[in-house]
Design a protein around this ligand. Sequence first.
Ligand code: NAP
Length: 310
Amino acid sequence: MTSPVFERIAIIGCGLIGGSISRAAQEKVAAGAVSLFDADPAVLSRAAEIGLGEARSTVAEAVADADAVFLCVPVGAMREAGGAAIGAMRPGSILTDVGSVKGSVARELRSLAKPGIHIIPGHPIAGTEKSGPDAAFGSLFEGRWCILTPDAAGDADYKAASERLALFWERLGSKVDQMDAQRHDLVLAVTSHLPHLIAYNIVATAHDMESVEEGDVVKYSAAGFRDFTRIAASDPTMWRDVFLNNKEAVLEVLGRFDDDLTALRKAIRRGDGETLFNVFTHARGIRRSIIEAGQDTAAANFGRDTDGKK
Ligand code: NAP
C-alpha cells in the first residue's frame, strides 16, 4: 500500500486551489489527513461538508499538528495568513503557498522566519476561472507544472524538505520545476498576467462598443471574443493582488507588448500584408508547440461542439 508523503497537511483558504489540493491529496494518498481553515466561516463549513477535510476554528489549531501548511489565500493576504500560522507550527514542518506571484510573497514569508520551519514558496500552474470550494476537483494538477522557489542557501534539512514537497506535488500528478522567484515572476507576467490584463481590457472595450452595436457583440461572440470573456471571468480579488504584487515584471512585459502592437498597427495602416502574415505564421507555430508539450488540446475550438453552443 502507498504511504502518504505527509501524515497531515493544513489548508489555509479553502477555495479553488486549496480545495483542489485537499481533494487530490486524499484521492492520490499524498496526505493521510487534512485540516482546514478559511477566513469565511460559511466557506469553511461548506468545505468540510463536501469532504475536503476537517474544519478547525483557528489557523493555529489547523496548523499545530500538520507536517506541511499550504497557504491558499489571495496574494495580498499571504502575510497575514503566514503570520497567523508560523507561531503555532511544529519544528521540522513546511510552510508553503500557492500564490501566483513569488517575489513579494517569498519576501513576506521569509520575513516571518522561525527556526526549524522550512519556508518553501510554490505556485501550481493550474487553475480555472472559478472560485470557492465547490469549484475544487482532484485532477486539477495532473500534467501541469508546479514551480517551487526554494531558498538556494538552505541547509541539508531544508533541501530534504524541498524534495519532500516536490514529491507531494508529483503525487498529485504535477511536474515540478525549481527557479528563483524573480524569473518566475517574469515568466508568469508573459504567460499568465499579461493575457489576463488583455482579456479584462478587451471585455471592457467590447462592453463600451456594445451600446453602439446594439447587442451584436454578444450575439456574435463565438467569433473569438467569448474565449477572452472566460479568462476575464476570473476572480477580481486574486487578479487585483497579482498586478499590485508583480508590478515591475508586468510593466516590463507590457512595454514590449505595446511595441509589438504598435508594429502591427503600422503594418495594418501601411497595408503591409507580408509583416502581418509572418507574425501570424510565427504565432501559429507557438500554438503548435504548446499542443506538442501536452499543455492544451488540439481539438478544434478547444473541444467545444462545432455549433459553438457548449
Ligand atoms: P478562492 O477560490 O477565492 O479561495 C481563497 C479563499 O481564501 C477564500 O475562501 C477566501 O475567503 C480565503 N481567505 C482570504 N483571506 C484569508 C485569510 N487571511 N485566512 C484564511 N482564509 C482566507 O481563490 P483561489 O482561486 O483558490 O486562489 C488562491 C490562491 O491561489 C491565490 O493566491 C492565487 O494567486 C493562487 N492561484 C490561483 C489560481 C487560479 O487559477 N485560481 C491558479 C494558481 C494559483 P474570502 O473570500 O472571504 O476572502
